[in-house]
Unconditional design. Sequence first.
Length: 169
Amino acid sequence: MSPEYDYLFKLLLIGDSGVGKSCLLLRFAWDTAGQERFRTITSSYYRGAHGIIVVYDCTDHDSFENVKQWLEEIERYACDNVNKLLVGNKCDLQTKKRVDTTTAMELANQLGIPFLETSAKNATNVEQAFMTMAAEIKNRVGPPSSAADPPSAVKIDKGRNVEAKSGCC
């Protein structure tokens, strides 16, 4: 039985408490459930992750400064070739913004990772963030192993006539 998907990736969202990870993720399974406020995330969360989205709050400069610590955790616990994406959430709160887009872009460029600003509240770039991560991972891992196999064809013949039975069954 073949799976109903071409790829299966494990993604992890990390960042300070309150930056909007759960709002961005909403229905994905590997949210860290607030444990990051106690810095109790262990290597088991990172193990096997194909991609890690590092989230900070655009209205909280400390959460942006802590991105460096999160990246150190990734270096310590994740696979060497794990894909990373820097996301500044809550970009809809322009009047409260404390992290300049240019500053975040410069950091992402230094690190060689993609960067997006999102708003989980109004859905700005949320899908784009996950699609960007999926595309980056897909480019790294290549085609699925079954893609090399030609698709199996189903041949449909006329069939044979079936006599109707009497009764209910």
